[in-house]
Design a protein around this ligand. Structure first.
Ligand code: AMP
Length: 396
């Protein structure tokens, strides 16, 4: 269903609360990767260019103790935002109270304010993360309009997304949220065929929901990474010391029966004696020998997967094909990334931190149609779940 978008709102002279995802990697006050701040700029810029007052809320990391606060203040983020916007940004080191309310009252049209990390409220009974009704109501009272641009937290019901939305007459999506819904939504509901999903990563249990939802929508589901070997066990192959979720073997059997030849597993693997880059390793087909663990897909599997991808028109990729952090087991992931980058006539979508990191490492990120900013949120979207943060945005 189409959602109300920030550009549908008349923001002039209005105090516009914007929930952004500024959950960036930060160490000793230094931001490691400012992608998420950059991704939020179009919405912020739109609001200030149209005469609105932008009041930004975001979480940063997890706040469990009083000591966490110093490490996880949004102040450095506000400073980086000011550089990116090339204009002053007011930072208020509070999530409620007079200082914040006065600073908001003093805003002029086109000004930008960042309030302190919303999760500072978690120290007092997890008010943000448990969507405390009083907190959502209070934050809503600080603005005239609400825009949710934080796709990365859309799968959670927090005071700063669902709480504010439910205390406003209307809630609109920001441009980043709009983009995420469009690409992931089209892939799940209206894909161009052949539609291929590539799923990897450590655990079957994390991806089972996605596989189940995509069985009837995708033309092929390629499986690689650690989750492969639970399927191997389900097929009756030996798995050696490979990662296997024994309690998921029956489920893997069911999925294989349902998916038939849609499910594409690697025919060969790189196997090693230990979980270490320099451990003795070799390529084997089929059964994983005793004393070995499979840590990457093999060359035949890479060729098979590339052949499946060759005529794809929609591809969704989540999760590495092997232990790509170790150079000797990175090839499968990197080759699949390259194959995705070479698809010029397909909509390609990447979700999840590891696949995104691989795409960046390969320099193919600019060739990918859409790299989702939400790991958990994109998976839940692909599972066909309704995300509470999105459900709370007003339908058009
Ligand atoms: P996930 O967070 O579920 O996407 O899993 C990502 C992690 O899975 C990465 O850290 C990989 O190193 C790991 N992984 C991928 N393939 C394997 C494998 N064959 N054995 C063990 N771990 C793996």
């Amino acid at each position: 269903m189409a959602k109300l978008i920030v550009s549908d709102l008349d923001v002039k002279d209005k105090k516009v609360l914007i929930r952004v995802d500024f959950n960036v990697p930060i160490k000793d006050g230094v931001i490691g990767d400012d992608n998420r701040i950059v991704a939020a700029l179009p919405t912020i810029q739109y609001v200030i260019d149209h005469g609105g007052k932008a009041i930004l809320l975001s979480h940063l990391g997890r706040i469990k103790t009083e000591e966490d606060k110093a490490k996880l203040s949004l102040r450095p983020v506000a400073e980086r935002l000011s550089e990116l916007l090339k204009k002053p940004v007011t930072f208020v080191p509070a999530t409620r109270g007079k200082e914040l309310e006065d600073a908001i009252a003093n805003l002029k049209d086109g000004d930008v304010l960042v309030m302190e990390n919303t999760r500072f409220e978690d120290l007092d009974g997890k008010k943000e993360s448990k969507n405390d009704p009083e907190l959502g109501k209070y934050w809503a009272s600080l603005g005239d309009l609400f825009v949710n641009d934080a796709f990365g937290t859309a799968h959670r019901s927090h005071a700063s997304n669902v709480g504010i939305s439910s205390n406003m007459p209307q809630a609109a999506a920001g441009f980043l949220m709009e983009k995420e819904i469009k690409f992931l939504g089209d892939a799940v509901e209206n894909p161009k065929h052949p539609f291929v999903a590539i799923l990897g990563g450590a655990k079957v249990s994390d991806k089972i929901g996605v596989i189940s939802n995509l069985i009837n929508k995708a033309d092929k589901i390629i499986v690689g990474g650690g989750m492969t070997y639970t399927f191997y066990a389900a097929k009756g192959l030996t798995v050696g010391k490979s990662l296997v979720e024994t309690d998921k073997i029956d489920l893997a059997k069911q999925i294989m029966a349902e998916a038939g030849d849609k499910l594409v597993l690697p025919v060969d693997n790189v196997v090693a004696t230990e979980f270490a880059n320099d451990a003795p390793h070799k390529v084997v087909e089929g059964n994983i020998p005793d004393g070995y663990m499979a840590l990457d897909i093999g060359p035949k599997a890479i060729a098979d997967f590339k052949a499946v991808l060759a005529d794809a028109k929609t591809v969704v990729w989540n999760g590495p094909m092997g232990v790509f952090e170790m150079p000797n087991y990175a090839k499968g992931t990197l080759e699949i990334g390259k194959a995705l980058g070479d698809l010029t006539d397909a909509t390609t979508i990447i979700g999840g931190g590891d696949s995104t990191a691989a795409a960046k490492q390969l320099g193919i990120a600019p060739k990918i149609t859409h790299i989702s900013t939400g790991g958990g949120a994109s998976l839940e979207y692909l599972e066909g779940k309704e995300l509470p943060g999105i459900a709370a945005i007003t339908n058009k």
